[in-house]
Design a protein around this ligand. Structure first.
Ligand SMILES: Nc1ncnc2c1ncn2[C@@H]1O[C@H](COP(=O)(O)OP(=O)(O)OP(=O)(O)O)[C@@H](O)[C@H]1O
Ligand SMILES: [Mg+2]
Length: 361
């Protein structure tokens, strides 16, 4: 192979890989991962509505995915910023908040176009980064070891080479009659995207958003609720090593197994989280019915579990109360211990503490 880690890898092979990637071990693991995904979808469908938790879970993912890149915000800052009118000044929190926007825009584009393509990926990275840089035009981008600054990988250089490799990736992603299992395809495409590294920055996050778009596009997920970043943070060295080993040794099997394991474990984790949230919703329902029967409604409980923070406007917008009574509702919910009040700027926010703790886990 012609890989030299000190030179741009312009010979990055096009897809599909020229070896048999669907080994017995890979196929076995793909089955387990798909089963776990199926159970996750089923759990999510038991919620009052399938998109109930989407925004809350996505904020959590935005935090983790950005954390891989050392863009650090806290759950508190992030969740408050997501609901508050107070202007966000912390740059990391701002950057993390752009991530959900990028994902929603990506889903919108995939729905409209029916596939993931280069313009979509460019729009995503531009939203994530809050600029209009687009594809890399100048040399000098490298993946380096964060501790030692040693070069690990230099991606292909030259706009036309990058565009050509992306086109090939796009064709591979959108070819569904080549017999490659969709989850395995996602794993291969994720490596290839990271190896092309088409942007100056934001490749990791854009590549992880691309995975979700792919799963939703092909119906492996009905809602964007499977996020691998937590798993990746917990197994970050393996993530980096496995990517590197595909480049250096063509070690596709280990890479694909890594991603399939990430999918399986994350689906199991997310399913358990949804079950726990369902149980929490049931007990909150009981409590409100008992202690505050006059204000109880199914829709009120749903609103309390849409995001971990709630405020007067939310109840009004949801059509539950008039402006004047919203405050009283929230104060009563605080009195019975379901919510806790906190001030952000001049605004009063109410946290659903137990829900918040579950989301974080
Ligand atoms: N050896 C490698 N070859 C190709 N890609 C790699 C390699 N090691 C890591 N990567 C990818 O590069 C990403 C980092 O690239 P970049 O800084 O452009 O993205 P980011 O979104 O800013 O960061 P991050 O992914 O860390 O959040 C990693 O997340 C990983 O996906
Ligand atoms: Mg970066």
């Amino acid at each position: 192979m012609s890989f030299d880690k000190n030179k741009p890898y312009n010979n990055l092979p096009l897809l599909p890989p020229q070896i048999e990637v669907e080994t017995k071990a890979v196929l076995k693991k793909a089955i387990l991962a798909r089963e776990a995904l199926g159970r996750l979808t089923a759990a999510n469908r038991r919620l009052p509505n399938e998109s109930l938790l989407v925004n809350a879970v996505l904020l959590q993912e935005a935090k983790s995915s950005s954390e891989i890149e050392n863009i650090i915000t806290t759950n508190d800052k992030l969740f408050q910023a997501a609901v508050s009118e107070t202007k966000v000044t912390d740059p990391a929190t701002k950057e993390v908040l752009r991530y959900p926007r990028a994902l929603w825009r990506g889903l919108e584009l995939v729905q409209a176009r029916g596939f993931v393509n280069t313009p979509t990926l460019i729009e995503i990275v531009n939203i994530v980064k809050g600029n209009t840089a687009g594809l890399r035009k100048v040399p000098g981008t490298a993946v380096v070891n964060g501790q030692t600054n040693e070069i690990i990988y230099i991606p292909p250089e030259g706009e036309s080479i990058i565009a050509e490799k992306l086109k090939n990736l796009e064709v591979f992603l959108n070819t569904t009659n080549d017999g490659i299992d969709l989850l395995i395809k996602m794993a291969i495409a994720h490596y290839q995207f990271e190896a092309i590294h088409p942007f100056h920055d934001g490749n990791g996050r854009t590549g992880r958003i691309m995975n979700i778009l792919f799963l939703v596009q092909h119906g492996l997920l009905r809602q964007p609720i499977l996020y691998l970043s937590k798993y990746i943070i917990e197994h970050k060295n393996d993530y980096y090593n496995a990517l590197r080993d595909v480049t250096e040794r063509g070690a596709w099997e280990a890479w694909i197994l890594y991603i399939l394991e990430a999918v399986e474990k994350t689906a199991i984790h997310t399913e358990a989280k949804i079950e726990a949230i369902c149980a929490l919703m049931a007990s909150a329902t009981e409590q409100i019915k008992r202690d505050l029967p006059a204000i109880y409604s199914h829709e009120l409980v749903n609103e309390l579990f849409r995001l971990p923070y709630c405020k007067r406007d939310f109840l009004v917008t949801a059509g539950l109360v008039k402006e004047k009574t919203a405050g009283r509702y929230l104060m009563n919910l605080e009195k019975i211990g379901i919510l806790g009040a906190t001030k952000v700027g001049r605004e009063k926010l109410y946290i659903n503490k137990k829900f918040y703790e579950l989301l974080k886990s």
